[in-house]
Design a binder for this molecule. Structure first.
Ligand code: MRU
Length: 341
């Protein structure tokens, strides 16, 4: 069952407000990019590939909404929208990848085209980004499902599923495909403090899709590996450097260290739009730091002294040497020089 966390309908972006899950499945009808930017910043829309699709649709939306009658006027509107969209979140490279595609299309358009035609072509590009994301998810699922064996016990972190993409997800797409092939396996899902993407989103979507899933909190990972016999770890990524270092939700690096110690494979599943060819190593990946309140409160309940000093990075970087392989839409690549395996 495809969840479709984002859709384009009658010149509006319709999206699931993920902050309301799992208790409410609420759709938002978004008609302007300020609403969209707020949604991305506050994780109503989140997950690297979905952020990419969202900003592409947002760029097209702001062109369609523009009342400008000249190309110069439209150019000004789009330049200001691009600044806002790029300032929403810094780590997921899919955002910048999708924006570059949209801006490249706009810059290639000819000045004597009608504004209506320009808007049509921008929307066409954004919808292709959405469709390609769906295709990439299916292909990642098919490639990764080969690695799943009967009786596997897989640990995952955060949400790299349907709610993080326009399609079946990245890491979780592998589970959906493996299930379709009749494989019998179990998934342990980390709750993923502080914003609970694992318990709120991954558990919700895995249960909806009939995957045998068990929730644990983050600090149970080591003992679950030993006591429940975890056989592999599969997670997503927000940005992968040229050498294979991968940024993903905070806590991922710790899981990779655990995998190494316990001698189990650690896989990253991500589309090629998550690979940043402009950076050499993980040291250059910008890591988002989020507001202190995320650690001072759980929901409305205060769980730390109000004035506590807080360190709240949203992502960490797993060095390539801890990654067994990267599962992409074009194949499974051994990390040593991205060799295909
Ligand atoms: O802060 P989030 O919820 O946007 O973080 C999401 C993750 O870290 C995912 O694992 C990553 O984006 C991959 S999603 C296919």
């Amino acid at each position: 069952m495809l969840l479709e966390p984002i859709k384009w309908k009658a010149n509006k972006i319709i999206f699931i407000d993920q902050t309301k899950l799992p208790s409410r499945l609420k759709y938002v009808r978004c008609m302007d990019i300020d609403t969209l930017c707020e949604a991305i910043k506050n994780l109503r829309l989140r997950g690297a590939p979905l952020i990419g699709v969202s900003v592409a649709l947002g760029y097209a939306l702001s062109a369609i909404n523009s009342r400008s009658r000249t190309m110069a006027g439209l150019k000004k509107v789009l330049a200001s929208s691009a600044i806002k969209l790029k300032a929403t979140r810094p780590t997921a490279v899919n955002l910048f990848w999708a924006m570059k595609r949209m801006e490249d299309v706009f810059s290639r358009l000819s000045v004597d085209m009608s504004l209506q035609e320009i808007k049509r072509l921008l929307l066409k590009e954004a919808l292709s980004i959405l469709k390609e994301d769906q295709d990439m998810c299916r292909a990642i699922g098919r490639n990764g499902a080969r690695l799943i064996k009967d009786k596997d016990i897989v640990l995952t972190h955060c949400n790299a599923g349907m709610l993080a993409t326009a399609g079946h997800g990245t890491a979780l797409s592998i589970f959906y495909e493996a299930k379709k092939k009749g494989k019998k396996f179990k998934v342990y899902a980390d709750e993923t403090r502080p914003l609970m993407q694992g318990s709120r989103l991954t558990m919700w979507e895995l249960m909806k899709n009939g995957i045998d899933a068990i929730l644990i909190c983050d600090d149970m990972a080591a003992s679950t590996i030993i006591n429940k016999g975890v056989t592999k770890i599969i997670v997503g990524a927000d940005r992968i450097a040229r050498n294979g270092d991968a940024a993903n939700k905070i806590g991922t690096y710790g899981l990779a260290v655990l995998a190494k110690y316990h001698n189990i494979p650690f896989y990253i599943a991500a589309p090629s739009s998550t690979i940043d060819h402009n950076i050499k190593t993980g040291k250059d990946i910008p890591i988002e730091e989020r507001k202190r309140e995320e650690l001072i409160y759980v929901g409305a309940k205060q769980t730390a002294p109000i004035k506590a000093k807080v360190y709240n990075p949203a992502f960490d970087v797993t060095p390539a040497r801890l990654i067994t392989a990267i599962i992409t839409e074009s194949g499974v690549y051994d990390i040593k020089g991205f060799r295909r395996i």
